[in-house]
Design a binder for this molecule. Structure first.
Ligand SMILES: Cc1ncc(COP(=O)(O)O)c(C=O)c1O
Length: 384
């Protein structure tokens, strides 16, 4: 029998990152490919302590249906992270990936124009394709986006939103300068474009000053996404949306028809951890570990590759975006690297048009220091 899937499914490409994750899970390949936190650092003892606290309350309503926007105690804690924000401006989602999906479901009709940074987060690009959006791109460099192109697109395409990852971007690790952000916010206000600000990495800052968010520069037109996947554990599947109340109401309605609600159990654990200061303490410890890993990878890259590659040292996050200058197509380097026993993500997959790229994304958070040094050496052997 011929199974007739929807066009959005038949035209979707399988995520290249997932292919690599499957490949590396089955072998002893050192993987710089995924965007995974270090599982050995998950604070299991704290999870257990607060899970026990919940069970000791002996409240069966913990496991009952409830509202779609999430546990109030957690929304209150998240709201405190933003200026002049009440819990009514927050809703909880099944990771920020679901938040992205709900924003698309709520805002996009067929062929609506949206703007993305070039390159951008692969799973978001795939999602936008599934919603049949007309995806326009704006070039990104280490200071932010190309403002001339952005204004042209705001003016000519009337986009539903501009999807931006302004801090420690995936895949580049770049962060917008304050001047670039202020200009983007000014243009968004002028042309009345929603800024969809995805910020999963901002808590992982190893140096430099805290950034000003679009949420504070242009609160009335910004939808900000956050997540506990990089600080607590991805399996919690807790993300959040901060947006003007009218938008939160529409998104909540979309969420009701998607999954009614998230599980409250981990939301309560996250709330207790925040109320007691444990999340802050844990994040500080994470930063120390990840900074050492970042520095180890940077030193290994500099000492091994010398001038034959270039990259911008990221001040935080999980990735280094390397320009393999002697290799026009990093997809070919990827094939050789796999033979040598190391994986990374070739740059082309992060561009909307999948153009050939000499760049590659290297993750350092999920490898040991020894694996980082060994993996960089293997990568160099593949590059020679
Ligand atoms: C830019 C960006 N947005 C969203 C996500 C999704 O995160 P989660 O659904 O685990 O919160 C990721 C995950 O790596 C990401 O890099």
């Amino acid at each position: 029998m011929h199974t007739k899937f929807a066009k959005r499914v038949t035209t979707a490409s399988r995520s290249f990152t997932r292919t690599i994750l499957d490949l590396t899970a089955q072998s002893d390949i050192i993987s710089f490919a995924g965007g995974l936190p270090d599982a050995s650092l998950f604070p299991k003892t704290l999870f257990q302590k607060y899970a026990n606290t919940l069970f000791e309350k002996n409240d069966n309503l913990l496991f009952q249906y409830s509202n779609a926007s999430g546990v109030e105690a957690l929304k209150i804690e998240i709201a405190k992270r933003y200026e002049d924000t009440s819990s009514k401006a927050i809703m909880l989602t099944n990771g920020s990936q679901q938040a992205l999906d709900l924003v698309c479901k709520t805002f996009l009709d067929e062929q609506d124009c949206i703007i993305v940074e070039d390159p951008s987060y692969l799973a978001a690009l795939n999602l936008f394709h599934m919603y049949n959006a007309d995806i326009k791109t704006v070039a990104l460099d280490k200071n932010g986006v190309d403002l001339v192109s952005l204004e042209k697109l705001f003016l000519t395409c009337k986009p539903k939103f501009f999807y931006t990852i302004p801090i420690f971007q995936n895949p580049t690790g770049y962060s917008y300068t304050l001047e670039n952000k202020e200009e983007v916010a000014r243009l968004a206000k002028k042309y009345h474009v929603i800024l969809l600000e995805d910020s999963p990495y901002e808590a992982l800052r190893y140096e430099g000053k805290q950034s000003t968010s679009f949420a504070s520069l242009l609160p009335e037109l910004t939808i900000t996404l956050g997540t506990f996947s990089k600080t607590l554990a991805p399996d919690f599947r807790i993300g959040w949306i901060k947006a003007p109340q009218k938008i939160i109401e529409a998104l909540t309605c979309s969420k009701e028809s998607t999954d009614l609600q998230n599980s409250k159990f981990f939301q309560h654990i996250a709330a207790l951890m925040m109320q007691n200061g444990d999340l802050e303490t844990h994040t500080k410890a994470l930063i120390k570990h990840y900074k050492t890993k970042r520095d180890t990878m940077i030193t290994a890259l500099e000492e091994t590759f010398g001038e034959s590659i270039s990259f911008v040292k990221p001040e935080g996050g999980m990735f280094i975006w390397v320009n393999f200058k002697n290799c026009k197509d990093s997809m070919q380097l990827f094939d050789k690297a796999i033979q040598k026993g190391v994986a990374f993500v070739p740059g082309s997959v992060f561009f909307a048009d999948k153009k050939v790229s000499s760049f590659g994304r290297l993750n350092y958070t999920n490898s040991s220091l020894e694996q980082i040094r060994e993996g960089v050496q293997k990568l160099y052997e593949a590059y020679l």
